[in-house]
Design a protein around this ligand. Structure first.
Ligand code: GDP
Ligand code: MG
Length: 459
């Protein structure tokens, strides 16, 4: 082809290229790192393996291949794909190390377009996918934007009940000894803030997910910064108004700084750029941890959903112009339960998501629920013989023991009191299944998630 002909072809190809930003979120340990690692791994193997049958483009044999390309946003850390893969391919295979901040990775997917209009212009097109990993905890901060420091402090006091109250003892004692009217003492405030952050951390460790401010438990690059050094405190209306230089005013100013520089900044500079969103939910861990943990996770999930509710006149709409048009809620780690329980897991997730979704205006965002396993750690099968067989899972525990078991039934509806008394469900942590360098990791329905998230962009 002559140079001009080549230039025209290049121009046409470039104008056919498209781009989508997919955000992956979920509370910590929901399975974000595992999901992104597997998603990248599956796509990189798509040209040589038949690993994504539920992705239309792959099933129709229009997917030519995928490769990694440098990410577009240079201000965001790279997602540690190679490191995660090294761990999965280790001997023995291990789960990738947790990461605690926002990160991203970019793939270019080359495919043969199905649409006649695109096909006429070029035989192949490229879809660039940015995959962004960010902690779901950050979405729990949205309500802070509409609360003053006083209102937030009141609200924090009102949720100190049950397990939370027990965990708050140490921090509360320090607050009791703190005089908000006295001149601000930065060191003292730092100490009490640290105790507050530790209390939030302990909440998370004992399975309570609804913690505010979200950055206190996942500070990322803000670790140790004064903007993360404040705590709720109430000054009674009968007391004098705290003076400008008081500790109280320092806490209030820092809270306001947090609202602007941390919360708003995230929505404006990250959230506003996402086209598609997948929210990963680990329903199994709170099922095992008990009633309080389960209802707390439901609360956190409801809170997370508020970030996608940006109808007219909404607070969010004033902060940024929303773009997300599709959202997927996925119950992760489905390989922890036998396949006959997968529909129950989806139904349980739907019961947590639908009521909130239906009562609110979500501005025509398409939504769906499913269950998946990003990286398989078990194989499912049956035990027994003849007509007396029952479903079972087989895997290798983290300690290296081979185990065959039936973890229990997943309730189809939100569990009632007797469920918690019976302790019907018990799951064991397994190592990821062994994989070789040249094959993709085993997954369950990750291709279905991909079809939902990008299928329409690959037509
Ligand atoms: N069996 C199984 N376990 C998983 C899967 N995905 C995640 N996990 C487990 O959940 C842990 C947390 O996952 P990770 O992806 O690090 O969560 P993140 O904090 O959301 O990034 C992992 O270390 C695994 O033990 C999965 O698909 N199957
Ligand atoms: Mg992670």
């Amino acid at each position: 082809m002559n140079t001009i002909g080549q230039e025209v072809t290049d121009f046409v190809n470039r104008s056919l290229d498209s781009h989508v930003r997919i955000a992956v979120t979920g509370l910590s340990r929901a399975g974000k790192t595992a999901f992104i690692t597997s998603m990248v791994n599956q796509l990189l193997h798509s040209s040589t393996h038949d690993n994504l049958p539920l992705l239309d483009c792959a099933r129709d044999q229009r997917l030519i291949g995928a490769k990694r390309v440098p990410q577009s946003n240079l201000m965001v850390p790279r997602f540690h794909y190679d490191e995660a893969l090294d761990q999965l391919e280790g001997e023995p295979p291990q789960w990738p190390q947790p990461t605690r901040d926002v990160s991203e990775i970019r793939l270019a997917i080359k495919y043969k377009p199905k649409k006649a209009t695109k096909r006429l212009l070029s035989k192949t097109s490229t879809l660039y996918i940015d995959i962004i990993d960010y902690p779901g905890e950050w979405l729990l901060d949205l309500p802070l934007l509409s609360m003053t420091f006083e209102q937030w402090s009141e609200q924090q006091a009102s949720i100190l009940k049950g397990q939370r109250l027990n965990l708050a003892k140490e921090w509360q004692q320090l607050v009791d000894e703190f005089d908000p009217h006295q001149d601000a003492d930065e060191k003292r405030i730092a100490t009490i803030s640290q105790a507050f952050a530790q209390f939030l951390m302990k909440c998370k460790e004992s399975g309570l997910h609804w913690v505010q401010p979200g950055r206190f438990v996942l500070p990322g690059e803000l670790q140790g910064a004064p903007v993360l050094q404040f705590f709720p405190i109430i000054v009674k209306s009968t007391e004098d108004k705290p003076s400008r230089n008081s500790g109280y005013m320092m806490l209030k100013r820092r809270y306001e700084e947090y609202q602007q520089k941390v919360v708003k900044h995230f929505y404006k500079h990250h959230f506003a750029t996402f086209d598609r969103q997948i929210v990963l939910v680990d329903c199994l861990q709170p099922l095992m941890a008990g009633s309080e943990s389960f209802s707390d996770m439901r609360g956190a999930l409801e809170q997370i959903m508020k970030s996608f509710r940006y109808g007219q006149n909404n607070l969010l709409r004033r902060v940024f112009a929303p773009r997300i048009d599709k959202i997927m809620f996925a119950a992760t780690k489905a390989d922890h339960i036998t396949p006959d329980q997968h529909t129950n897991l989806v139904s349980l997730l739907q019961q947590m998501v639908y009521p909130t979704w239906q009562t609110a205006s979500f501005d025509n965002i398409e939504m769906n629920c499913m269950s998946l396993a990003s990286i398989q750690a078990t194989k499912s099968g049956f035990v027994g013989a003849g007509t007396e067989t029952s479903p079972a899972l087989r895997g290798t525990t983290l300690m290296g023991d081979n185990l065959t078991l039936y973890p229990g039934d997943v309730p189809k509806v939100l569990p009632k009191a007797d469920y918690w008394q019976k302790k019907s469900f018990e799951f064991t942590s397994f190592r990821p299944l062994e994989k070789t360098t040249d094959s993709p990791c085993g997954h369950i329905r990750l291709d279905k998630a991909l079809q939902y998230l990008v299928g329409d962009k690959l037509r």
